[in-house]
Design a protein around this ligand. Structure first.
Ligand code: ATP
Ligand code: MG
Length: 176
């Protein structure tokens, strides 16, 4: 696309077009460490809106659907064992550029190198070196969709339409 057309496209966008939904899972390590409340409050404090939420103990089949991009990777077996080891808390979270903002709050995949201040940097310290030697998946507390497309697919997999709610928060009044 030419620069001029790109500008035209940007001009046509409405502010509401920037509002996205993303899927967050508090993984079994977070649930078993009683971190649910603390982690949810991180998202609430920045003004993101929880529009759907439930606790689910997923099956190996469901894991293969959720992590379909990883099924053929060497670490998949250990990832499946990890994500099915106990219930997870699933949430759809809404906000301005929510996919990117939530990934920023979550931090990078390996807790050892995830910056302090991010969830993975603050609540875990597992390293690839250690998990490779043990043959286990990296315990990193939380999942967040990587792209807006991934978010749409994942929310569809985890939630029915009537489980996702539209409502107003004070942030809608003061921020939007
Ligand atoms: P998630 O999709 O869970 O939010 P991510 O997008 O940061 O994590 P992915 O590359 O999608 O990272 O990997 C999915 C999950 O698989 C990771 O969160 C981690 O639990 C596990 N994992 C990924 N790579 C490895 C690895 N090399 N060794 C062990 N576990 C891994
Ligand atoms: Mg991922």
């Amino acid at each position: 696309m030419s620069k001029r057309n790109e500008k035209k496209k940007v001009k046509k966008m409405k502010p509401e077009d920037l509002i996205e939904r993303t899927l967050v899972l508090l993984k079994p390590d977070a649930v078993q460490r009683s971190l649910i409340g603390e982690l949810i409050s991180r998202f609430e404090k920045v003004g993101l809106k929880i529009v759907a939420m439930k606790m689910v103990w997923i099956t190996p089949d469901f894991s293969k659907k959720h992590y379909s991009a990883h099924v053929n990777k060497p670490f998949y077996k250990s990832l499946e064992a990890f994500i099915t080891a106990g219930p997870v808390v699933a949430m759809a979270i809404e906000g301005i550029s929510a996919v990117e903002v939530v990934r920023k709050i979550v931090g990078s995949t390996e807790p050892k190198t995830a910056p302090a201040g991010t969830i993975r940097g603050d609540y875990a310290h597992h390293s690839y070196h250690f998990t490779d030697m043990k043959g286990i998946a990296i315990r990193n507390i939380i999942h967040a969709s990587g792209t807006p497309e991934e978010a749409k697919q994942e929310i569809k997999l985890w939630f029915k339409e009537n489980e996702i709610h539209s409502y107003k928060t004070v942030h809608d009044q003061f921020v939007l």
